[in-house]
Design a protein around this ligand. Structure first.
Ligand code: HEC
Ligand code: HEC
Length: 326
């Protein structure tokens, strides 16, 4: 796709048509489950409506959680301070393999999590994505809004075995975490040819009437430097299996790696765990940041070396605190 040729075309195309053309289709070439893995069939909304074993009041709560997940932007300025909805990354309502299906969190937690070094609850896992991916702050633990989110996650896990960890299609990381040789220039070319048409030449996404149509990939309206998607291997696999929207699987592995490197070498809001010094923060969370470009120089620029928290008026949500049982 030639970007320069396509842009004027898109400019005259009514955005609604562009959006319709962008409706997700069933992805091709997703990796097959491995032998012995648990394969889950998460229920659909139709299943929910037909399920007489679920109390009508619980149905309401599950649907509220689903609505929060699909249209998280309704909480902009409250829980969310960037252009993301939960479904922006967890596509297919959070049910889709290799797009981080969310239900495994309901069957595997509480568990120890390396990212914060303590045992996490499901609430806390959801809070993590609010704090990093949404550059925001979660609904209070125990609140009605948090209960609705929990209900949605747990219902999607219906009939899955508790504590089973060998799960087909969990997470995003089908390409593994060993980086090949990466090229920023090649990544930029892949971006302009395949992504800019929706996400914008400057990565800022597109809005119509103030509503986000295509989410930002970098800058103030994107995920922050502490988000799982900043790991190059996570973004590469997500992109390989889900993007370009409507044509997933069409990039080669190398193209997916290069474009993930290019996208994740652009500036974004500060990591909420920032100590005031980017190199120190990188060192302190090296287990995570060894997979990102944060605190490293790319094209002569030290990435993440700023106090910018995006449109969020604070750095770190209060809920992100250590938890010990000593
Ligand atoms: C910018 C992309 C992005 C957005 C937006 C996002 N997430 Fe995530 N989410 C991730 C990544 C990356 C992971 C980690 C997957 C992995 O371990 O490889 C993750 C993991 C999770 C998990 C754990 C799944 C498991 O296998 O245990 C849950 C639950 C979750 N997210 C819920 C949410 C919720 C709720 C929202 C909205 C408030 C949200 N996410 C928004 C990227 C995102
Ligand atoms: C046809 C339009 C379209 C194209 C082309 C496209 N995307 Fe997307 N992309 C989307 C939409 C829409 C979403 C959000 C999905 C949702 O909400 O269902 C998204 C989500 C994403 C996300 C996660 C959310 C975020 O904003 O960070 C990433 C990363 C991403 N795309 C990267 C890419 C890359 C890299 C390419 C090129 C290889 C690409 N996309 C091409 C429409 C597109």
């Amino acid at each position: 796709m030639n970007f320069a040729r396509v842009l004027p075309f898109i400019a005259v195309l009514p955005l609604a048509a562009a959006v319709q053309a962008a409706d997700p289709v069933v992805p091709v070439n997703l990796p097959e489950p491995k032998e012995g893995q648990y394969v889950h069939n998460a229920p659909t909304v139709d299943d929910l409506m037909a399920d007489e074993s679920i109390h009508p009041e619980l149905k309401k709560v599950i649907l509220k959680g689903r609505d929060m997940f699909m249209n998280t932007q309704q909480y902009r300025g409250e829980y969310v301070f960037n252009d993301m909805n939960c479904k922006s990354c967890h596509m297919g309502e959070g049910r889709k393999n290799w797009s981080g299906p969310i239900w495994p969190a309901a069957t595997t937690l509480p568990d120890f999590r390396g990212k914060n070094g303590h045992v996490n609850s499901l609430e806390e896992r959801i809070a993590g994505c609010f704090s990093f991916s949404m550059n925001g702050t979660p609904p209070a633990y125990g609140s009605d809004d948090m209960l609705a989110m929990l209900a949605y996650h747990q219902w999607l896990a219906k009939d899955a075995p508790v504590y089973e960890k060998n799960i087909a299609g969990r997470g995003f990381n089908s390409l593994g975490n060993k980086l090949p040789e990466l090229s920023y220039e090649q990544g930029e070319k892949v971006y302009q040819d395949n992504c800019a048409i929706c996400h914008g030449a400057d990565g800022q996404g597109q809005k119509k009437d103030g509503q986000v149509v295509f989410p930002a990939l970098w800058g103030d309206n994107s995920y922050n430097w502490g988000a799982g998607m900043t790991r190059i291997f996570t973004a590469a696999s997500f992109i390989k299996n889900n993007m370009p929207l409507g044509k997933p699987g069409s990039l080669s592995d190398q193209e997916a790696w290069n474009v993930a490197y290019f996208v994740n070498s652009q500036e974004r809001p500060q990591d909420p765990r920032y100590t005031g010094d980017v190199k120190e923060t990188r060192e302190k969370f090296l287990n995570f940041h060894k997979h990102t470009t944060y605190g490293t120089e790319v094209n002569g620029k030290l990435l993440g070396d700023h106090d910018n928290t995006g449109s969020k008026p604070f750095l770190k949500p209060d809920v992100l605190r250590p938890r010990t049982f000593d």
